[in-house]
Design a protein around this ligand. Structure first.
Ligand SMILES: [Zn+2]
Length: 451
């Protein structure tokens, strides 16, 4: 006799962006086939008991870098252990590289190695030679493109002329421009001045990258996006001052989305002083006043997305600080840290967490309601989260290739215990059950939405 459902998840607290409901979920094939209480569990492939646990849409992590200690296979594994089911990776087209070739390479690697569904953002390091390829990228299903407004000395920075040129094309094609917003030239001047004075680079790290430089760059990016009619997404917003131009643009009705990351919502320059190169990230870790302002902005709906900026580098605590690379491993700990910091500290509730981690990213990048929510007909991309389990974060328990975590020893109340993608269990009780190459490539389609 045919099975009614392949899987039933029983008695969980099912969380979407709008409500929490104690109910069962019936899954058939890759899809959610029923959401109702007391689903009959006869002729069912498997019944998963979820009482006392949250059942949330899988996390959609839209900010990952699969080119350091985790490749697209490893990154999907570490992310899946943290409750993530969909990734959007940055494909970095560095100077001298072609954009479309780079996108093809990332797509091919992901199809071969990723156990999670994934999409790709283009990242232009050399827009003067790369913008002409933007329309071709759309045909590949890549519709969002990042530029750096900082790292001038590294030759990663896009100036205003090419920001405008890129945004003009991106906007005309219905895409989304994304910016790392810090004023690069002033940052470089401050850094050079500090080097001349022989200051301790760790002590002055945050001082050479002050909040005003983020706010200025955000305002400038919004200005250029406005006059070129291009939707804008500000990645890793890190300061109280940076919230202001985003809020103003929203009030004026412009399409500007903002993202922050668990590290800016939970750590500060105090952690950098203790952990040195391990906590060196760009933009830098800030102050409690910034952290609190970011949570306020989340509550006020100004920040739409929490994403990881997972960039695992092989750093050691006693490496020379100035030479140390930017970035840290964040994908696997993101849901736990955001839950502990956001919900257990009382900033937000479970529905808003789901909006930030799943629903809003799905809406912005065009996956909704196939992904990012729990509805009949949606992909069965789910995470079961036990809010009563205490986990102590330890690098040796994580699955990233990064040799450390900035959260070493942190205790979080709440833990993801099962990750399911399109009806298949990827991770259960810490055990990997997914397989490389089972992830699908997703085209993005930018939606102008109110998150
Ligand atoms: Zn990043």
């Amino acid at each position: 006799m045919a099975k009614t459902y392949d899987v039933i998840i029983k008695n969980g607290l099912v969380v979407t962006g709008t409500k929490i409901q104690k109910t069962d979920i019936g899954i058939k094939g890759e899809k959610i086939a029923a959401i109702q209480s007391s689903l009959p569990d006869k002729e069912v492939g498997r019944v998963i008991e979820a009482s006392g646990k949250y059942v949330m849409p899988g996390v959609i992590d839209v900010h990952t870098h699969p080119v350091y200690e985790d490749d697209m296979g490893g990154l999907a594994v570490t992310a899946a252990h943290g409750g993530t089911t969909t990734l959007i990776h940055y494909a970095y087209a560095k100077p001298g590289m072609k954009l479309v070739d780079t996108l093809h390479r990332f797509k091919d690697e992901g199809l071969k190695k990723s156990c999670l569904d994934f999409a790709i953002h283009g990242a232009l390091f050399d827009p003067a030679n790369q913008v002409e390829e933007i329309p071709k990228a759309f045909r590949l299903g890549v519709t969002s493109f990042k530029m750096f407004m900082t790292y001038a000395k590294l030759k990663w920075m896009t100036d205003d002329y090419w920001l405008a040129a890129a945004m003009d094309l991106i906007g005309a094609n219905g895409g989304l421009a994304m910016v790392h917003a810090e004023n690069g030239l002033v940052t470089d001047y401050f850094e050079d001045r500090s080097l001349k004075k022989r200051e301790d680079p760790k002590k002055v790290f945050v001082k050479t990258r002050p909040d005003y430089l983020e706010a200025e760059a955000i305002f400038r990016a919004i200005t250029i996006a406005t006059v070129t009619h291009c939707p804008l997404y500000v990645v890793h917003l890190s300061t109280a001052k940076g919230v202001v131009p985003v809020q103003r643009a929203r009030e004026e009705g412009q399409v500007v989305y903002a993202e922050s990351c668990p590290q800016y919502l939970s750590l500060t320059d105090r952690d950098l002083q203790k952990k040195g190169p391990l906590a060196k990230i760009g933009p830098p870790l800030r102050f409690d006043s910034d952290r609190f302002a970011l949570w306020q902005a989340i509550r006020g709906g100004i920040i739409d997305v929490i994403a990881s900026d997972h960039a695992p580098k092989a750093k050691k605590i006693d490496d020379p600080f100035f030479e140390a690379a930017y970035g840290s491993a964040q994908a696997e700990t993101m849901l736990s840290v955001a839950y502990d910091e956001g919900i257990n500290s009382g900033w937000i509730g479970p529905c808003q967490l789901v909006r930030l981690l799943s629903e809003n990213p799905a809406k912005i990048f065009g996956f909704y309601p196939k992904k990012g929510t729990i509805l009949k007909g949606s992909d069965a991309d789910l995470v079961l989260f036990d809010p009563t389990e205490i986990q102590e974060i330890r690098q040796k328990k994580l699955h990233s290739g990064a040799p450390y975590t900035v959260y070493e020893g942190r205790k979080c109340l709440g833990k993801p215990v099962l990750t399911m993608q399109r009806g298949k269990i990827v991770v259960e009780n810490g055990e990997m059950k997914g397989s490389p190459g089972s992830g699908k490539f997703l085209s993005t389609k930018i939606k102008k939405v109110k998150c």
